[in-house]
Structure formats: C-alpha cells, structure tokens
Design a protein around this ligand. Sequence first.
Ligand SMILES: [Fe+2]
Length: 303
Amino acid sequence: MKIHKILNNISLKISLFLFNQRIPLSYIFFNKFYKFLIVKKKIENEEIYNFHNKGYGKLKINLNEGLNKFKDSFKISENKKSVPGEKIDKRQYFVVEHNKRLEFKSFLESSLSSTINDLSNYYKSNVTINNVQIFRIKNENNLEIQNKEIYSNYFHQDAYLFTYIKIFVNLMDISETEGPLEIVSINNSSKFIKKFNYKDRNKYKYVEDPIVYKNTGKAGDCFLFSSAQCFHKAGIPNKHRDIMQIILLASPNTNEKNSDLESREDVFEGNDKIASSAKPYSVFRTIKLFIDHLFHSIRYKYN
Ligand SMILES: [Fe+2]
C-alpha cells in the first residue's frame, strides 16, 4: 500500500472516531474554520437555516411546470461502460440536446436564483451552478450485481469540502417505492454511526430507523443538501427513479459570473473546476484554498 493511502486511511479513522464523519481530517478542519470564521452567522432564511443546521431541506419552489417545456429535449443515452477495476455505475444518463442547453441553463439559474443568492450570502462567496446531470436509477434484478454498490446505494459522504452543494430535482413523483434519496442530518451523525455500527460504505449494518430521512415528494420538488457533511445513499426503486442533480460551488474566484457563452454550456459535461475548487488533493492545497476563501469573503459584498 502506498504511503498516502495509509495516511488517508488513518485520517479517515480519526475523523470517524473524533468527529463522526468519514472525510479526510483536513476537510473537517476546513469546514470547521470556514463555519467559524466566514459563514454568515445571522441566518433568517428557513432554507439556509435547515441547510446550516441539518445539512438538508426541501426548497419552497417546484419546477415541474417549467421542466415540462424541456422534457422532450432530454434523450436517454447508453449505460456507461464499466471499466474493470473501476466502480460500477448503473445510472442511465439523459443527454440534453445541444440547441436547448443555454435556454435550459438560464431556466435553472433564474428558477433557483433566490436560493443561489441566499447561499452566496451565507458562504460570503459566489455560488454558481457548475454541473447538471439527469439520470435514471433502475431496479437491477441481475443477481450478480444485487449485492454490490451500483449507484451510490451504500451510505457514504461525498469526499468534498462543504463548499460543494447539491440540489436534487425530482423528475417524477417519488414515493418510498421509487427508492428516494436517504439522508442523515449533521446532528444525527453520531447516533447513525452507533446504530448502524458504521465503519465505511461497505461495512455497516442497515437498520430501519427514523433518523434516516427519505426524500419523497412530487415531480419538480427540489431538495438542497450537503452531500459532503451528511451520510446519504440512493434508495433502490421497484422500477425506476428519474432525477436531476445540480452541483453548486462556493468558489473564491470572482470572475466566474462573467463566463462567456461557450463555457455556460459546460455544466452539462464533466467539469474539472469542481475538483480543483472543492476536492483538494493535499493538506497544503486545502489550506491555500481556505486562505483564498478567507480573503475573498472579506471583500464579498452582499447582494
Ligand atoms: Fe453521494
């Protein structure tokens, strides 16, 4: 085993033992210092209050009416080909037609503008939409993969800083039979670890417990959550579940709002910026990013 893997494993074990989280220690300290020194302390807004305290909450808006205008431009693509040695991904992705992308991105930006604005004020940073993916999770009857992780269906935290933010938009009505997202609030993490005897995403015992919130709801409902702070997993649907995942980033780079037309389309494709802004690969990079955020927040003007 390589030395950085060993150090990473030790860091994760300490995180779990001391902080009831399973992300690198440097990320935990980044989040703690950011919350202590940077985030807006006086929170009057209910959505942001829930996001700050629990790590998740439904948004007040419903996008169904607007989304219906775009649904014809979502085309289902092939399953991603599994590469040996890599994680299996059984999600089926929808591709948004190229000539609709700008209009669709503008629709999302304007529909979510009030939440994005509140998040920007909370983080004292520019929060922007960085990636949009639409996918279908299907029930897999194939015995060979039934007991494997095939679409993030084991409890985990996303290994990112808490400046990485997600919104799930239901593309259909989702009840328990559609396998909704299951999530545990920040303040229930320690209970969760004890009750589930949680060691890592492959080593825990699932129990039915009310501390696990299931994100059921109507088509168009939006759910804001911090996948880096909350343990969560995809539920298994009886048939299938269609969802849109929007990734937002609080980034210390100021010039992102003036992005040109071409880069505005990039949100529907893979995006390297997400890793460089929210998934630093060394302690040094994490500290540097924190300092950038700190200086940027001092200059930040509320909208
Ligand atoms: Fe995840």
